[in-house]
Design a protein around this ligand. Structure first.
Ligand code: FES
Length: 75
């Protein structure tokens, strides 16, 4: 079984994923990802002019999202 893809929720910013994932539109057509990238950032603030990718616009619009995953239950 392969390792799971990790999606990192960056505080007050985008979702960051390995560039090995394929991002497709609603019709299944893939978005191009520049060669050599190790990670990609997906906008979650809605302000990017390059959706679905983050263009840094979240920094100037006061986007706030610092969700933390709950601690694992004790066993
Ligand atoms: S999260 Fe960066 S522009 Fe939206």
């Amino acid at each position: 079984m392969s390792d799971p893809v990790i999606v990192r929720c960056r505080d007050n910013g985008p979702f960051v994923l390995p560039a090995s994932v394929q991002v497709v539109d609603a019709d299944g057509k893939p978005f191009a990802i520049a060669a050599g990238k190790e990670v990609i950032a997906l906008c979650r603030c809605g302000a990017s002019k390059n959706k679905p990718f983050c263009d840094g616009a979240h920094k100037g619009m006061g986007f706030a999202a610092c969700e933390k995953a709950p601690a694992p239950a004790a066993s």
